[in-house]
Design a protein around this ligand. Structure first.
Ligand code: ZN
Length: 158
């Protein structure tokens, strides 16, 4: 079995733990989907696990590129590139994507850009999901992944 298969199994096991807990405690939740992540092995199964647990799926763009690193036009294309497959997937259950989250929570460098991106999202039926807690856990996940990749057990434990 190769490392990619192990990564997929680990991702699926993690999502199953989360969805089991969400289901057991009846937690209302929305998972924000990045299109490129659904193209990786296990991606479709992960979306199915979220949906089966009653988790809503929101749009987090196709490539997870910040609006601060691209034009508004390219950003809108990135949103729509994720909208179509999400809408098709949710449509099977009679739902539509309702929430959007900006990659890196960056919604434009200027007030005008913030207004224009907000207007585009509203025109396409999206509400920007509020963030009430940002725990930066991804920093620990990245450090842990590097420790796993380097077989660095001391760092994994720390
Ligand atoms: Zn993100």
């Amino acid at each position: 079995m190769n490392a990619g298969t192990e990564d997929t199994k680990a991702r699926l096991a993690l999502v199953r733990k989360l969805t089991d807990s969400i289901r057991a405690h009846r937690v209302p939740a929305t998972a924000f989907v990045v299109g490129r992540n659904t193209q990786s092995p296990g991606g479709e199964e992960i979306l199915r696990l979220w949906l089966d647990a009653g988790v809503a799926l929101g749009n987090h763009t196709a490539t997870h590129t910040s609006l601060h690193r691209m034009s508004l036009e390219a950003y809108e294309d990135d949103i729509l590139a994720q909208d179509a497959p999400l809408r098709a997937l949710l449509g099977k259950g009679g739902a539509v994507p309702a929430y959007f989250r900006h990659p890196m929570l960056q919604n434009g460098r200027t007030p005008a850009l913030k207004r224009e991106s907000s207007a585009f999202l509203a025109e396409n039926g999206y509400a920007v999901a509020p963030v009430t807690l940002d725990n930066s856990e991804w920093i620990f996940a990245r450090a842990y992944s590097l420790a796993l990749a380097n077989d660095d057990r001391a760092s994994q434990r720390r």
